[in-house]
Design a protein around this ligand. Structure first.
Ligand SMILES: CC(C)(COP(=O)(O)OP(=O)(O)OC[C@H]1O[C@@H](n2cnc3c(N)ncnc32)[C@H](O)[C@@H]1OP(=O)(O)O)[C@@H](O)C(=O)NCCC(=O)NCCS
Length: 174
C-alpha cells in the first residue's frame, strides 16, 4: 500500500474508487443520504487540487485508491482545520485511516495547522474509534445540530518517524 500526498489527477482515482464504496460509507463521510454516489460538488472541489485551503493524503494499491484523508480550512492560513477520512469498504478496520491521518498530520504541521476539528454522527462508532485512537483518549465532543463536534491539538496525534514529511511511504495494513 503506497501512502502519498494528493497529486493532480487523483480525482479520477476517487471517481473510480466509488465501485468499492457502500452507500453507508459515503453517507457517514458526507453526513447526508448520498444515493451511493460521491457528491458532484465535492468532486469539483477536489478536482481543483491541493492548495492552502485544502490538501489530502491518499492510499493506493495497484492503481486502486483504497482511502484518503483530507483537511480543509477557511481562511487559508487558519491554524485550525477540519479533517475527514474515507476508507473504502474492503480496507476498513485494517489500520488504514490511522496511517493516512498520521501521514497527513506531518504536512498539516508544516502548513501551520495546530488543531483538528471533526464533525461525526453520534452513531458512527468507527469514526469515534478513530478519533479516540488519534487523540489518545476521547477528547469529549460538544453536541450541536445533531452531530458530535471534536476539537483537539494536532500534537496529540502519533506521527510516523518520517524524516521527509510529504514523501510517499510504503506501508503494510492488517
Ligand atoms: C471511520 C473510518 C475512516 C475508519 O477507517 P479504518 O481504516 O477502518 O480505521 P482504522 O482501522 O485505522 O481504525 C482506527 C481506530 O478506530 C477503531 N475502529 C475502526 N472501526 C471501528 C468500528 N466499526 N467500531 C469501533 N471502533 C472502530 C479501530 O479499532 C482503531 O482503534 P485502535 O487503534 O485503538 O485499535 C472508516 O470506517 C470509514 O471510512 N467510514 C466511512 C466514512 C467516515 O465515517 N468517515 C469519518 C467521518 S469524516
Amino acid at each position: 500500500m503506497l501512502i502519498r500526498p494528493w497529486c493532480d489527477g487523483d480525482q479520477g482515482l476517487v471517481v473510480a474508487a466509488q465501485r468499492n464504496l457502500s452507500a453507508a460509507t459515503i453517507d457517514r463521510r458526507f453526513l447526508v443520504g448520498s444515493g451511493g454516489r460521491l457528491p458532484v460538488a465535492y468532486l469539483r472541489h477536489i478536482a481543483a487540487g491541493a492548495r492552502p485551503e485544502w490538501d489530502a493524503q491518499v492510499a493506493v494499491d495497484g492503481g486502486v485508491l483504497c482511502g484518503w484523508a483530507e483537511y480543509g480550512r477557511v481562511p487559508a492560513r487558519d491554524p485550525a482545520a477540519d479533517v475527514a477520512v474515507l476508507v473504502a469498504d474492503p480496507w476498513q478496520r485494517t489500520g488504514l485511516a490511522s496511517a493516512l491521518v498520521r501521514a497527513l498530520v506531518q504536512r498539516m504541521i508544516a502548513a501551520g495547522i495546530r488543531a483538528i476539528h471533526a464533525d461525526v454522527a453520534g452513531s458512527n462508532a468507527a469514526a469515534r474509534g478513530l478519533v479516540r485512537a488519534l487523540a489518545g483518549s476521547d477528547p469529549g465532543p460538544t453536541y450541536a445540530d445533531g452531530l458530535l463536534h471534536f476539537a483537539f491539538d494536532l500534537a496529540a496525534v502519533p506521527q510516523d518517524p518520517a524524516p521527509l514529511a510529504g514523501q510517499p511511504v510504503l506501508t503494510r495494513v492488517r
